[in-house]
Ligand binder design. Structure first.
Ligand code: C2O
Ligand code: CU
Length: 455
């Protein structure tokens, strides 16, 4: 297992190896720290970090290899680590209160699991995530395929994060948990960093194919990106390599927790931006292309991961209706509740429901027989988009608003716009208790979280 550490001046992760314990675990420590999120112009923000790095150290393993992490909690509050997108042993999924007790201050927990699929994944805190993740507790987890077609400095992880900064360029911590954010679009920031750096330069070489692994670790921000403007092709989504490179025109959304791998072969030396396309294009990083001299041949992709194919003819079909939230969404909740009940929900900080139920219950939303295909038809009856994540499984995106999708991609997180119906399918092949939740972390904390059990 190889890990790399975040740089400070440039956004690339230098290849360094972390000290390993004698029993071959990597140590990952969560502790208070700080970083300048607004470059030299801003003050130092109080953060919570893994190994004093922002983002946490990049963990790299080969497909099929074990990931062994000794997690040590030096924070003042309990936490845990979730390995997002990995088809993992349930006991290692890192959900505090569901798959393990939270790791208390001063305690440690050994994570030990196999990474079965190559691709771009990430890890993050999974206890009070709305408060812990946007303070810095996340990092990239890269599972290399055996051929590793994009070698060394052409394989670049870009952890994208938005931050809410005050007028001094310092993280606004007072507004964490604001009810207004939870009941609206979630906590949105006003500044973006790449690998923890404000407006970084990212070195590329002319003529070479680069793999850019974009990971959106933001608490709520959907990033509107435009790969076409960068001359880039889409090659993987949420860790899963596409069967062939895809040219995409216009805006491609990268919702919280989603990953998008791009392949780019710069044709000229010079500078080109990484832009957010919400409103006016906003450059939040610059690629600096140097004259490498060589020119790589045609792009070839690693093999696709073998995921279990859903059997749509013999599936358990279930609805997942989202209701609640501000902008009229709470009104829908009153249809099957008294005014008092709704007032009580709001007092308890619960603004959203799945199938009429707010938050985690003692009973699962459904039980699945191991190997059974599950078809979920999600309907977004709220006034906001959501980024829905299923733990432990990848699913196929089948339909939007009743229309079969041209690309029925594998994903672990899908977006749904207001009034949209999205149909997905997966094989529930992994025994255990698995969460389904919105990855807008304030939404998850205020109702949009449930679970299912595979037995
Ligand atoms: Cu990345 Cu339950 O989350
Ligand atoms: Cu949501």
């Amino acid at each position: 297992m190889k890990t790399t550490l975040a740089g400070s001046a440039i956004a690339a992760f230098p290849k360094l190896t972390l000290a390993k314990t004698s029993d071959d675990f990597l140590e990952l420590r969560a502790a208070a720290g700080e970083a300048r999120l607004y470059g030299d112009k801003g003050g130092a923000s109080p953060l919570w970090l893994y190994n004093d790095r922002l983002p946490g150290p990049e963990i790299r393993v080969k497909q099929g290899e074990r990931v062994r992490v000794r997690f040590i909690n030096e924070l003042d509050e309990p936490t845990s680590i979730h390995w997002h997108g990995i088809r993992i042993d349930n006991a290692m999924d890192g959900v505090a209160g569901v798959t393990q007790p939270a790791v208390g201050p001063g305690e440690s927990f050994d994570y030990d699991f196999v990474a079965p699929d190559a691709g771009t994944y990430w890890y993050h805190a999974h206890n009070m995530s709305w408060n812990q993740v946007p303070r810095g507790l996340s990092g990239p987890l890269i599972v290399e395929d055996h051929d590793n077609l994009f070698s060394g400095d052409a394989d670049i992880s870009l952890v994208l994060s938005d931050w809410r900064l005050d007028e001094n360029g310092v993280l606004d911590t007072a507004s964490f948990g604001a009810r207004h954010d939870f009941s609206h679009a979630g906590r949105l920031g006003n500044w973006l960093t790449v690998n923890g750096v404000s407006l970084p330069d990212i070195p590329l070489q002319k003529g070479r194919w680069h793999r850019l692994r974009l990971i959106n670790v933001s608490a709520s921000r959907i990033l509107d990106l435009a790969p076409e403007r960068m001359g880039a092709k889409l090659i993987a989504l949420d860790g899963q390599t596409l069967s062939e490179p895809r040219e995409v025109s216009g805006i491609v959304q990268l919702a919280p927790a989603q990953r998008m791998d791009l392949a780019v072969q710069p044709t000229e030396p010079g500078t080109f931006p990484l832009e957010m396309m919400t409103g006016q294009p906003f450059a939040f990083a610059n690629f600096q292309v140097s004259d490498g001299g060589g020119r790589d041949g045609p792009l070839s992709l690693p093999p696709v991961n073998r995921l279990p194919e859903p059997d749509l003819a013999d599936a358990l079909e279930l609805p997942l209706v989202m209701q609640g939230g501000a902008m009229g969404g709470m009104r829908a909740l009153m249809e099957d509740r008294s005014e008092d009940e709704v007032r009580k929900m709001v007092q308890d900080g619960q603004f959203w429901t799945f199938n009429g139920v707010a938050g985690m219950q003692g009973e699962p939303m459904f039980n699945a027989r191991r190997g059974e295909t599950i078809v979920l038809e999600s309907r977004n009856d709220t006034g906001f988009p959501h980024a829905m994540h299923i733990h432990g499984h990848h699913f196929r995106l089948l339909e939007k608003d009743g229309e079969p999708l041209k690309h029925q991609d594998w994903r672990d997180t899908f977006t749904t716009q207001p009034q949209e119906t999205v149909k997905i399918a997966f094989v529930a092949d992994n025994p255990g208790k698995w969460l389904i939740h919105c990855h807008m972390l304030g939404h998850a904390a205020s109702g949009m979280m449930t679970w299912f059990e595979v037995v």
